[in-house]
Design a protein around this ligand. Structure first.
Ligand code: PLZ
Length: 461
């Protein structure tokens, strides 16, 4: 069945959420664990391009992409065609039981397209966390070492090992310990908040990383795992030179450099992989999210000598590289083939900066407008002290939501509003969304009469 195409325009027929969403949400509360959070309690009827149409007939602009997943749009025709054709043939065999060629084809594409001019092999899984865990397994197996170095503000998942690797306590780790041992954390060269100033961030952070390696013995570290641009931690682009510095340290001490490109990869930042902006290659690159346009698929791609160091049968999973997910990924690769989606990411950045950057001077609530390509963020903080203002990020998001624009909040202090539009977003829709966001910032800035009197008050808000 082919549905008429979804108009790529914002339209409000009710308040958001509307009455049907409110009723469905009441039922959800009765049936679903309260352990899942919710950004916007609106139920979606269908979605495509950069529009989410809800059950009340509202058309909401999507600046979330299901957390950086539907970069090619939530009903991309290439993805649909591939998945439908695969569904007619079979839905599952388990790649550890009998084989299918689309698994190999996805691995080939990743081997050819991830950074690094060396022979590679790939492995496919389902979720991002699962792939990160498997990268650690491969690194441990190949090096015979145990420790894993991770960074402040990092996010790597919600499974037990990746939760230990994730930095933020609430909501991710609260009450869920004890955690696996041998996960050691080091500073991340965050330009805005580096104590002695952005200009010192790279050198001082790298010195601290090397010191921490020495405190534990560099020869005890199997892997160093880093997001080339931090996602959940606040869309933090590390200061220039930090990633190449980590590359050098890993090589010097024989540590496997694992680049977690789960959120930043697949064209999001205006290059196929974010590590390309700093001309580095991980020994293992981890991908997920936008890889299969919404079907669950994740991957690790790395040096053949690492990836083949694991004993046969050591890696796998019932659904690892499911045929429907592999088919979807092949559709995504087709969509990326002509380079236009990467160009779009860069176009999105320039339109967004034109509209949002002036807010840094016209309001007193924005500490930073940052990011790369279509991975952009606004950080709210008090001028001068940089005290994080979670309350303002929350208000700006709520104001945008009420106007039919979906944005997400992130950051260790929950004070960052992030933009993750699908890369297929049309320019007029993008401009409408950016205007709604700008007006939301202006509205909140005008109503900003009460300044929290303390850091803890601002963070608690
Ligand atoms: N690594 C860099 O961004 C997932 C998490 C949302 P999974 N980010 C969204 C939430 O609150 O659960 C992510 C990521 C980076 C790993 C992951 C984990 O990917 O597919 O959610 O397991």
């Amino acid at each position: 069945m082919t549905l008429p195409s979804l108009p790529q325009s914002r339209f409000l027929s009710t308040a958001i959420p509307g009455p049907r969403s409110i009723a469905l949400h009441a039922e959800r509360v009765k049936q679903v664990t309260s352990g899942f959070g919710i950004t916007l309690p609106v139920f979606i009827e269908r979605a495509g391009g950069a529009i989410l149409e809800d059950v009340d007939g509202n058309r909401i602009i999507d600046f979330a992409s299901g957390i950086a997943v539907t970069s090619v749009g939530a009903s991309n025709p290439r993805v649909q065609a591939q998945v439908e054709a695969q569904l007619e043939r079979f839905s599952h065999t388990c790649f550890m039981v009998t084989e299918y060629d689309s698994f190999t084809a996805v691995c080939r594409w990743l081997n050819e397209h991830t950074p690094g001019d060396f022979e590679k092999r790939s492995a496919l899984f389902s979720t991002g966390a699962e792939a990160v865990e498997n990268a650690v397994k491969v690194a441990r197996s190949a090096t015979g070492r145990e420790r894993v170095l991770v960074f402040d503000d990092a996010y790597h998942g919600r499974s037990l090992l990746t939760m230990a690797m994730t930095a933020k306590q609430n909501p991710y780790k609260l009450n869920f310990g004890p955690f696996p041992a041998e996960v050691i954390r080091a500073p991340f060269a965050s330009p805005l908040r580096w104590p002695t100033g952005a200009e010192n961030a790279t050198a001082e952070a790298l010195a601290a990383v090397e010191q921490i390696l020495f405190d534990h013995g560099p020869e005890t570290f199997a892997a160093m795992v880093v997001e080339p641009i931090q996602g959940e931690g606040g869309f933090i682009v590390p200061s220039p030179g930090f990633l190449p510095g980590l590359r050098e340290l890993s090589t010097k001490y024989g540590i496997v450099l694992v680049l977690d490109e789960i959120q930043a990869g697949m064209g999001r930042t205006g290059a196929l992989f974010a590590s390309e902006h700093e001309n580095i290659a991980g020994d293992i690159t981890v991908t997920a999210k936008a890889l299969a346009g919404g079907l669950p698929l994740s991957a690790i791609t790395g040096r053949v000598e690492l990836m083949n160091a694991v004993h046969a049968g050591g890696l796998g999973g019932t659904y690892a590289g499911n045929p429907l997910s592999c088919a979807a990924a092949l559709g995504v690769f087709e969509a990326f083939e002509d380079g236009s989606l990467i160009e779009n990411a860069n176009r999105i950045e320039s339109s967004a900066r034109t509209i949002l950057e002036p807010l840094k001077t016209s309001t007193a609530i924005l500490a930073d407008v940052r990011g790369r390509g279509a991975m952009l963020a606004l950080e709210f903080a008090d001028a001068g002290t940089l005290a994080p203002r979670a309350d303002l990020a929350k208000k700006v998001a709520a104001e945008a939501h009420s106007q039919g624009l979906l944005v997400l909040v992130c950051g260790t202090f929950s004070n960052v509003v992030r933009l993750l539009p699908p890369l297929v977003i049309e320019e007029t829709l993008l401009l409408d969304g950016l205007t709604v966001l700008r007006d939301a910032v202006l509205t909140v800035s005008l109503s900003e009469a009460h300044q929290p009197s303390s850091f803890s008050e601002a963070v608690a808000a």
